[in-house]
Write a protein that binds this ligand. Structure first.
Ligand SMILES: Cc1cc2nc3c(=O)[nH]c(=O)nc-3n(C[C@H](O)[C@H](O)[C@H](O)COP(=O)(O)OP(=O)(O)OC[C@H]3O[C@@H](n4cnc5c(N)ncnc54)[C@H](O)[C@@H]3O)c2cc1C
Length: 389
């Protein structure tokens, strides 16, 4: 992609590079590579970013954002990926925070945003339920008013990092009258409240990322509701567009592809050089072209957020193509590693900074076309909202 950097942009890029080379150590790189996280390392890294004032580039500048131009955000994302810095955990900084600063009361902004910026609290997302995933409006977790509290009963599922979370943002049913979407509210729940129980879900990649969360007569102060009762669906949708934009991971895919190309150029004992195989290089070229096209779409989305809006339905395009490309890169990595994919620490094999076996990344990556709203459902959204079908 041909982006014309001004002298100021080039100076900014130098500043970012210098900051990252000083702060992104091997330990920091191990914090999060796209699945299980090390919470202590992630908190350390996010606090380093916060101290620098760079942890929330997309927040409005007056409450802790950076006020960067689109080009500066682009440079920052790409330099972070290049350095192997872990992506920040999205649930607080990228998901619930935009809902709080857009729809929350002044009191809620004061209470929650500083702790999110400083990574003092961890958040998880309580949207999905058994029977309410793609059809999210079918959710049944009930919140009934009892004085100045809601009493919450029900179950969430696939709750990423709930085992480490201090708070959960939840969609709950506060009315069963009228349209299903019109009876949902957005509640912030302290995970330490009596009656909240987290149970681990075992997954094929043998990591602990997923959980079920149960609510048994959990008392939640009414002041923890964002916005109006029964208007939660509106807030939830805004959050989802931010989530889908964040999932695209263009800079990370670019880095993954670059590492794959370096690996393919190495001489393997008894197997020659993979980069000399025209069939394999054609596959890499295809992914590279798709990625370049996606990058332009991502820049359009960043531009719309920078202009003060939320990302629109183009976030669904980003989500579909971004996750398809992530999977294509991980599939090619497996192909390149061959049977060693199961045993090689690809950090050693590719000469890079990752600490996972390629197969673990590949297996976790299967989920990217499901979470954040499955890709089939994103196609429905594009058909309706973009094509008007
Ligand atoms: C790794 C991972 C992490 C997750 N983290 C979280 C989290 O932190 N918090 C949270 O709330 N949720 C989380 N989820 C849940 C995720 O959002 C749901 O899995 C997703 O929305 C799909 O819902 P479902 O699993 O109930 O599948 P279903 O909705 O039952 O879908 C099953 C299949 O049917 C297809 N389908 C369904 N409806 C349609 C339709 N109308 N048109 C075409 N095809 C359709 C789907 O695409 C899918 O292939 C996570 C999921 C995964 C896999």
């Amino acid at each position: 992609m041909d982006i014309q950097f001004t002298p100021e942009d080039i100076a900014f890029q130098k500043e970012v590079k210098a900051f990252l080379s000083e702060n992104v150590t091997d330990e920091i790189r191990r914090g999060y590579t796209g699945g299980e996280v090390d919470p202590d390392i992630m908190v350390k890294w996010q606090k380093i970013l916060h101290k620098q004032g760079w942890v929330a580039p997309n927040w409005p500048a007056e409450i802790g954002g950076t006020g960067w131009t689109i080009t500066q955000k682009y440079i920052f994302e790409n330099e972070c990926a290049e350095s192997g810095a872990p992506s920040v955990i999205p649930f607080g900084l990228k998901m619930v925070a935009p809902v709080i600063y857009t729809f929350g009361s002044d009191e809620q902004k004061k209470r929650f945003l500083p702790d999110i910026l400083e990574s003092n609290v961890w958040w998880c997302q309580g949207y999905s339920e058994p029977g309410a995933g793609s059809d999210l409006a079918a959710l049944q977790t009930k919140a009934e008013l009892d004085g100045d509290h809601y009493v919450v009963n029900g179950q969430k599922i696939w709750t990423t990092y709930a085992q480490d979370a201090d708070w959960i943002f939840c969609l709950v049913r506060t009315s069963s009258e009228g349209k299903r979407q019109a009876g949902i509210s957005f509640l912030l729940i302290d995970m330490k409240t009596p009656g909240v129980e987290v149970r681990k879900i075992d997954t094929i990649d043998n990591q602990h990322t997923l959980n079920e969360v149960f609510f048994d007569n959990v008392r939640v102060p009414v002041e923890n509701r964002i916005g109006e009762e029964n208007k939660g669906w509106t807030y939830a949708k805004v959050l989802l567009t931010h989530e889908r934009t964040a999932i695209a991971g263009v800079a990370q895919s670019k880095k993954g592809l670059q590492k794959l190309k370096e690996f393919a150029a190495q001489e393997k004992v008894g197997a020659g050089v993979l980069a000399d195989d025209p069939l394999f290089t054609a596959k890499i070229a295809k992914v590279e072209i798709d990625l370049m096209a996606l990058e332009y779409t991502e820049l359009r989305a960043i531009a719309s957020v920078s202009a003060g809006g939320a990302p629109g339905p183009e976030s669904s395009i980003l989500k579909i193509r971004g996750t398809e490309i992530q999977q294509a890169v991980s599939e090619l990595t497996i192909e390149a590693c061959g049977h060693y994919a199961h045993v090689i620490n690809d950090g050693e094999a590719i000469g890079n900074d990752m600490s996972w076996v390629a197969s673990a990344k590949y297996l976790y990556g299967r989920a990217s076309t499901i979470y954040g709203g499955s890709n089939e459902v994103q196609k429905n959204i594009i058909a309706k909202m973009v094509l008007g079908l």
